[in-house]
Design a protein around this ligand. Structure first.
Ligand code: SF4
Length: 175
């Protein structure tokens, strides 16, 4: 397995650990439950993540059953309000519902939080310690992806390219 894919899996494990900790910490605010799929949008992901997920699904011989019709703008892997690739879902999906801290375009810290979960909070209650460090994780992913695209010879990508996850559904179907 390529070192960049191993690095992706390490980042993913770290995200799971951190998300679990934040989930416990914000438990009283979280209304996330089976059947809520507001966060499940038509995301685009880095080639590193795309091919790691594709190869993991192939290795498990997992061909997800997909919905015959998709709600516009929703994720292609969402069926009956459930994720059909849950164990292999992208990093962004592992932070759903949590407060995310990131640097906005005007160089000010901004917070993204689900309005169903955090509908009554004071911005000052959120700190580096109790929010998900989205920018830090994104830079780690970006760096691992840079190495991945340089070494990947199946197809050529630029380091800034993103691939819509819906293409993966097509690719899996045809294999
Ligand atoms: S991959 Fe799964 S968790 Fe992520 S957006 Fe799609 S259905 Fe939701």
């Amino acid at each position: 397995m390529q070192e960049s894919i191993k690095q992706y899996k390490r980042i993913r494990d770290k995200v799971d650990t951190l998300s679990g900790k934040l989930e416990a910490e914000h438990q009283k605010h979280l209304s996330c439950k089976m059947g809520c799929d507001l966060c499940c949008m038509d995301y685009s992901i880095l080639p590193l993540e795309y091919y790691s997920i594709r190869d993991a699904l192939k290795a498990r011989n997992l061909v997800p059953e997909l919905p015959s019709v998709n709600k516009p703008g929703s994720c292609v892997f969402l069926k009956d309000h459930k994720c059909t690739i849950y164990d292999e879902r992208p990093v962004i999906c592992r932070t759903h519902g949590l407060p995310l801290l990131f640097m906005g375009e005007d160089d000010n810290w901004e917070l993204s939080a689900c309005e169903l979960n955090f509908n009554n909070f004071d911005f000052a209650d959120f700190t580096n310690e109790n929010t998900f460090p989205q920018d830090r994780i994104n830079s780690e992913l970006f760096m691992a992806n840079e190495t991945f695209v340089q070494e990947f010879d199946e197809k050529k990508y630029d380091e800034f390219d993103l691939i819509p996850i819906r293409i993966l559904a097509e690719e899996i179907k045809t294999k």
